[in-house]
Design a protein around this ligand. Sequence first.
Ligand code: PHE
Length: 459
Amino acid sequence: MKKERTNFASKAGMIAATVGSAVGLGNVWRFPNEVQSGGGAAFLIVYILCILVLGLPVMLAEFSLGRGGQSDVIGVYRKLTPGKKWWLGGAIALLAAYTISCYYMVVAGWTLEYLVQSVSGSLYEVAPGGTLKSTLEATLAENVAAVWSPLLASLLVVGANIFILLRGVQKGIEKMSNILMPVLFLLLLILCCVTLSLPGAADGLLFFLRPDFSEVTPAVVMNALGQAFFSLSLGMGILVTYSSYFPKRDNLVLTGVTVTACDFLVALLMGFIIFPAVMTFGLGGNEAGLESTALVFITLPEVFAQMGGTQVWSTVFFTLLFIAAVTSTISISEVSILYFQDRHRFSRRKATLVVLLPLVALSPLCSLSNGALADLKIAGLTLFDFLDTYSTNFLLPLAALVTCIYGGWVLKKQRFVESELTNGGRINRFSARYTVFMIRWIAPLCLGAIIVYQLLYML
Ligand code: PHE
């Protein structure tokens, strides 16, 4: 008898898990930075357009493949077009997922180091003869490039992944998301209330929400496309994997819109937190300072240091950041785990260990490449930067491009995507047609542009 596939146990859990994947460091540290350099609300408008033309359609295409194919990222292609080479598209996504997980574990580890240092208060102990800023800069260098603490932190993140993922989809991923996502939103709202009551809140909001279209250059548009893409966790097989656990009757369009809206809301709330705070304390401002890592690890701690309850707010913020990072790492590990379960018939336990145990060596290696092993270069980059650059800039858009061509053209005769999105013609007929049009014509153009732009940029 064929074994029933696992599904998420509840709709809320399913959304929480998918939002947990989407909401990550991209929302917290990359987004505000891009808003600042992209002309405030002008960037926001461009970003929303990018979500509508690229983000949401690609998300829905991935959902259709996953739920319709009922398999892992590679398996869906094999199942739907047996004997053809289209599964290579899934292989690219799988490769991207695994390489990204190597360094994302490390970055999640940094947030853990900052969390511990916020709780203990050591983050705010100014070194003798230094200023808070110089101390924070030294701490950042230490937390990223030292040998032991980042290594240990990344191992703890890998350990947390093993712990949660061994428990499976419902008892592990879903249960964790059901607890952590409400906590994340609550912490965001608390921080928002605090920063919006600061004296510089109005100036901050004005800066955030006043559109300056003169700043919108082609580079800004490319950044917005890239951001929409990364932030929604597209092109890494995550959504194909998670949606293979969605129930057959689910309204995929509604789910996609909900996930996208939540992801956008978190980014927006981060703006409401960061700009008022930075304006009030005059750090960064227009000219300087909001470079992405510096923003969360230097500028924001400087802000907290000037507020009453420094350690409390700092702890709240880094807990939020840690949750955002860990729920993303979980989703990215699940891509490879499901592959081993479905394709190679591994038990959950075996698949989890086969995927995560190598990371016990690979993540520390990535971590060390920021310090002790910085001289070890691949194509002129450290291991960390190499994985980051090539997987996010090339593998992700390439995998998504294949998904679009596959869903839009190859499966055209069966009207596969349309049928999944409409649940066999019953609902969402207009949005399904819109999605199919986008993944046939517009999204491939955008993705092609991203790839060409990256290539030109590299040369
Ligand atoms: N959406 C995530 C983010 O914004 C991207 C991501 C997901 C990265 C999963 C790694 C793993 O950070």
